[in-house]
Design a protein around this ligand. Sequence first.
Ligand SMILES: [Zn+2]
Length: 226
Amino acid sequence: MTAKARSKAETGRRLQAQSRALAAGLAKIGREFHARGWALGTSGNYSAIFGRGPLQLLITSSGLDKSALTEQSFLEIDLEGAVLAGAGKPSAETLLHLAVVGATGARCVLHTHSVWSTLLSDRFAEKGGLAIEGYEMLKGLEGVKTHEHREWIPIFKNSQDISSLAGEVLEFLERDAAAHGFLLSGHGLYTWGANAAIARRHVEILEFLFEVVGRREFSALRESRE
Ligand SMILES: [Zn+2]
């Protein structure tokens, strides 16, 4: 074997090990999210970038029960969405993951379908988004230093035409690079981070904030009707 071929094989092995470790980490996050009620049944999907050079994405294979994710539950795809390795087909929402990665430079994108994100994305859909401000927990979002921060979470109308939805998301993120997430109406949350730990934290923080805003909103609504 030539030195060049040896180094290529070595890079291949390193990438494989990196991909397996990332997949195991994402599977653990996915099982946790299922246990916390944020992605039940086959809902939700998770992805992470691996490798250098031409970027490759590891993403959940479509239709899997999220309580039982393992490192085998992920596919390797290129940035056009073509499958490079793994069994099954990529999630229908792959284009949204690719839009986020392309616009923000994030290395991990997590998508959940919780009760509070579903309720709030419905309630605020007509306003095109939801502002959250004044809460200490906002400081759990990367780069936020004070509870006085105002986080705008845009809400895009849910659609099965993922390609045009991805276009809208891309347009928004190109305007607002500091955004931490967005909602799809009646559907769920997308958030991301420079690595899986940060993206996981963003889900946890945003889910907490959605519940706070949701409980506040819906109890105010009840009181106004009484
Ligand atoms: Zn979804």
